[in-house]
Write a protein that binds this ligand. Structure first.
Ligand code: NI
Length: 227
């Protein structure tokens, strides 16, 4: 399931992020690719050890923390420290690949199973051509190119690519989530239930039926979650 999370970053945070990015040094993205990804990957990445990366990571993690939609959709147990990449010029695409199942965070050494892949767009779509995130889904290829500050979540099991950028630069933040609920199917049902509970509550106010259904949500989460 693909989920769009709008306005993860405020306009203010986007400006801050861009100021930090303007000072940052980019390096070849192949340096963090596995054997399979190495063939397909042709982009640039921010060094994880740079002070710019650290400031950007903190900014993104803080924004994620206050976002209820991100929590409901990903049900995060562990979040990989966010990374930053850029596509443009001679380094402008990332061919079809699957993200590694277990990622080791460089800063902490912590292992994180990738259940949900996240891309947070930092460049406005009109500032570059191409650069769609294309995700192979049972329904066909889904192409995603969002406004700066918006994020897409997709199952880490899917084959995906970033199509060549033919004008300008596509800058994005990406990371993985190990979810409390490992199954994409179960996570999806919980998300649907949670969103509909929210809408029912907005439309009709609190009722005993809603209290019961909310109980069902939590009981399912209790049954499926691993904390
Ligand atoms: Ni990927």
């Amino acid at each position: 399931m693909l989920i769009r999370i709008p306005e993860v970053l405020t306009a203010d945070e986007l400006t801050q992020a861009r100021q930090i990015l303007a000072e940052a040094a980019w390096k070849d993205g192949k340096s963090t690719a596995g054997t399979q990804a190495l063939q397909a990957k042709n982009n640039e990445q921010l060094s994880q050890d740079s002070p710019e990366s650290e400031r950007l990571r903190a900014l993104v993690l803080k924004a994620l923390e206050r976002h209820p939609l991100f929590f409901s959709a990903a049900l995060p147990k562990k979040i990989y420290p966010p990374l930053f990449n850029r596509y443009g010029g001679d380094t402008n695409f990332y061919g079809n690949h699957v993200d590694g199942a277990v990622m080791q965070a460089r800063q902490t050494g912590q292992r994180i199973r990738s259940d949900v892949s996240c891309t947070l767009f930092l460049a406005e779509p009109e500032d570059y051509d191409g650069g769609d995130l294309a995700i192979e889904d049972t329904y066909g290829t889904q192409r995603v190119k969002l406004a700066a500050g918006d994020m897409v979540l997709y199952p880490s099991t899917s084959i995906h690519r970033v199509e060549p950028v033919t004008r300008g630069h596509r800058v994005a933040c990406f990371f993985w989530v190990e979810s409390m609920v490992r199954s994409d199917e179960q996570r999806r049902m919980l998300f649907d239930l949670d969103m509909n509970l929210l809408r029912l509550r907005e439309a009709y106010g609190e009722s005993s039926y809603l209290v019961n259904l909310t109980g069902t949500y939590h009981n399912l989460l209790r049954m499926w979650a691993d904390t």
